[in-house]
Design a binder for this molecule. Structure first.
Ligand code: XMP
Length: 513
C-alpha cells in the first residue's frame, strides 16, 4: 500500500488487470481495487497520485449500475475513466449516456480535437484505437470539453482544471496504437507519479519484510515445481535460509525425473531444507478403479492435503505456511462470480491445509506472472524453471484418461518427455503457452516390422493463449509432428498411435479431464 501510486477501480472489464500491468510496466506500482471503495479509504493511500476507473459490462443509466463514491472526485487526485469509467464520469457531472444506434466494437480512428491537451502529448492524429461499447455519450458533462472523437462517438473528454479525463476506447490494449503513450501522459504528465517500481527494489523490500515477519520462527512451503511456488521458495530462502523447509510430494503423477530435478535445483542453488516425500504408492492405490475425472481430482486433492498435513505435523515448530499465491489469484478470488458453473474443480498445491494453525506467508501476492518470472530470474533460477509451462495440480492424473495406473503413468512420462524435449530442441517451447501429452484408454491395432501390435493411443496437445480462459491449438509444423510421432512410436513401448488435438477452448478445455 505504501508503494501504491495509482489505483484502478474495477468495474468488471476483462481488461482491468491489463490496465494495472500497463501502469506497472511504466515503473509505477498500481493496484486493482473494488469499485465500491469509499473516499475515506482512498485517503489512506499515502503515496496515491492517480485513480483509473476501468471499463465494465454494465450501463451507467441502469438502477443497479456499479457506481462510485462521489466524494472521491473531491480528493483532488487526477482521475482517468476508461470506457464505462468515462461514462460514469460523464453521468456524475451532468452528461448523458444512452444506447447507441451505431455500436462500436473493434478498431476505430481517433480524431484529436484538442491536440494540445496533456493527455495527447506525443500522440498523433487519426491513429487507431480499440473500441468496445454499446452505450455512448449523447450530452457532454458540465465543465468538460470534448478532446477527441471517432466516426460515431465522443471518444475523449477532459476537465483539465480538475484533472479529470475520460476515454471511450481501451487505451490499455495493444490494438490502440498509442494507448500506452496516453497512459504514460496520464501517469507522469498529469499525476506526476514517480518511476520507482522495479523487481530489484521489490526483492530488496520483500527480503527485509520476510525477515521482520518470520523472525526466529520456521516456515514450511509446499513446492510443486511450478513457477510460482519455486520463486516463492527462492525468495524466502534468500531471506531466512534454513528456517525454510520445502515439502515436495511425489504423487507418482509427476513428469519424468521431476522429483530428481527439483531436488537438484534447490539443494545446489539454495540454502534451504527440502524434503522429498514419496507418496506415489498411496496415490496409485487411492485411484484404483476410479474413472470419473471429478472423483479423481477430489481423491488426488484430498490425498495431497493428507500427506502435506502429516508432514507439517512432523514439523511441529513451524509457524508459517508459505504459498506462491500471485496477484491474478488475489483479484480473481475477490471478484469471483459465485453463480458461475464449475467446469473443473481446480486443485492447487497452495491454499490447502485448512485445519492447520499456520500464519500464511504469501510474498508474491502483489505480483503479476511476468513480474514473478523476472524475480525468479534475478534470484538465479534457470530459464527452464522460470519459463515453464503450467502443470496442473493433479498432474498426470488428469492426463491419463479413465483409470490411473503406474503402467500408464510410466508410458505417459516417456511420451511427454520426448514431446517437450523436441519442442525445446526446435526452439518451439517458449513460443507455445502449454504443451503436453495425454494417454487414452483405448488400444488400437498397428503393424511394426511384420508383427501386429495392439497398443495405446496418445494425444499430443499444444495451445497458445494469453489467459488460459480461451486458447487455440498451435499450428505446429507437420515435419515436427512427424518427427515426434516417429520417435514416440519407436521408443515408447506400449504406444503404437499418436494423434494431435486441434480443438480450441472453448469448446474444448486445455486438459482432457
Ligand atoms: P483447462 O483444462 O481448465 O485448464 O482449460 C486451464 C489451465 O489450468 C490448468 N489446470 C489446473 N491447474 N490445478 C491447477 O493448478 C488444476 O486442478 C488444474 N486443472 C487444469 C491447465 O493445465 C491449464 O493450464
Amino acid at each position: 500500500m505504501n508503494n501504491t501510486q495509482i489505483i484502478i477501480l474495477d468495474y468488471g472489464s476483462q481488461y482491468t488487470q491489463l490496465l494495472s500491468r500497463r501502469v506497472r510496466e511504466l515503473g509505477v506500482f498500481s493496484e486493482v481495487i473494488n469499485f465500491n471503495i469509499k473516499a475515506e479509504e482512498v485517503k489512506k493511500y499515502k503515496n496515491l497520485k492517480g485513480i483509473i476507473l476501468s471499463g465494465g459490462p454494465s450501463s451507467v443509466y441502469l438502477n443497479d449500475a456499479y457506481s462510485i463514491d462521489k466524494a472521491i472526485f473531491d480528493l483532488n487526485i487526477p482521475i482517468l475513466g476508461v470506457c464505462y469509467g468515462m461514462q460514469l464520469i460523464a453521468e456524475t457531472f451532468g452528461g448523458k449516456v444512452e444506447l447507441a444506434d451505431t455500436q462500436e466494437f473493434g478498431k476505430a480512428v481517433l480524431y484529436l480535437d484538442k491536440k494540445e491537451n496533456k493527455l495527447f502529448k506525443n500522440v498523433d492524429d487519426k491513429k487507431q484505437v480499440w473500441m468496445s461499447h454499446a452505450d455512448h455519450l449523447t450530452k457532454m458533462p458540465d465543465n468538460f470539453e470534448k478532446i477527441a472523437h471517432s466516426d460515431s462517438s465522443i471518444a475523449a473528454i477532459a476537465n483539465s482544471d480538475k484533472s479529470i479525463y475520460g476515454v471511450q476506447f481501451h487505451c490499455e490494449v495493444t490494438h490502440s496504437e498509442q494507448g500506452t503513450q496516453m497512459l504514460e501522459n496520464f501517469v507522469f504528465g498529469i499525476c506526476f507519479a514517480v518511476k520507482d517500481w522495479n523487481m530489484d527494489k521489490f526483492i530488496e523490500q520483500k527480503i527485509e519484510e520476510i525477515k521482520t515477519t518470520v523472525q526466529k520462527d520456521d516456515v514450511i512451503l509446499g513446492l510443486s515445481g511450478g513457477v510460482d511456488s519455486s520463486v516463492a521458495a527462492a525468495l524466502i530462502s534468500k531471506s531466512i535460509g534454513k528456517k525454510l523447509t520445502c515439502i515436495f510430494v511425489d504423487t507418482g503423477l509427476l513428469r519424468k525425473d521431476e522429483a530428481k530435478k527439483v531436488m537438484e535445483t534447490y539443494t545446489k542453488q539454495f540454502d534451504m531444507n527440502i524434503k522429498l516425500v514419496d507418496a506415489s504408492e498411496r496415490f496409485y492405490k487411492a485411484l484404483e478403479g476410479v474413472k470419473d475425472p471429478e472423483d479423481k481430482r477430489k481423491i488426488i486433492g484430498k490425498n495431497f492435503v493428507d500427506v502435506f498435513n502429516e508432514q507439517a505435523k512432523i514439523m511441529k515448530g513451524a509457524k508459517f505456511l508459505a504459498q506462491g499465491t500471485i496477484y491474478p489469484d488475489v483479484i480473481e478470488s475477490s471478484s469471483k462470480d459465485h453463480s458461475s458453473k464449475t467446469i473443473k474443480s481446480h486443485h492447487n498445491v497452495g491454499g490447502l491445509p485448512q485445519d492447520l494453525k499456520f500464519t500464511l506467508l504469501e510474498p508474491l501476492r502483489t505480483l503479476f506472472k511476468d513480474e514473478v518470472r523476472e524475480v525468479g530470474r534475478k534470484l538465479g533460477l534457470s530459464d527452464l524453471v522460470v519459463n515453464r509451462h503450467p502443470f496442473p495440480g493433479p498432474g498426470l492424473g488428469v492426463r491419463i484418461i479413465n483409470e490411473v495406473t503406474k503402467e500408464k503413468a510410466d508410458i505417459l512420462r516417456e511420451v511427454d518427455d520426448i514431446f517437450i524435449n523436441k519442442l525445446l530442441e526446435h526452439n518451439l517451447y517458449d513460443k507455445v503457452s502449454q504443451a503436453f501429452a495425454t494417454i487414452l484408454p483405448v488400444k488400437t491395432v498397428g503393424v511394426m516390422g511384420d508383427n501386429r501390435t495392439y497398443d495405446y493411443v496418445v494425444a499430443l496437445r499444444s495451445v497458445n493463449t494469453i489467459d488460459f480462459m480461451t486458447a487455440t491449438a498451435t499450428h505446429l509444423p507437420w515435419e515436427f509432428l512427424d518427427e515426434v510421432t516417429n520417435l514416440i512410436i519407436n521408443k515408447v513401448k506400449g504406444v503404437n498411435r499418436v494423434v494431435y488435438d486441434i480443438t480450441s477452448k472453448p469448446p474444448g478445455t486445455i486438459e482432457w479431464e
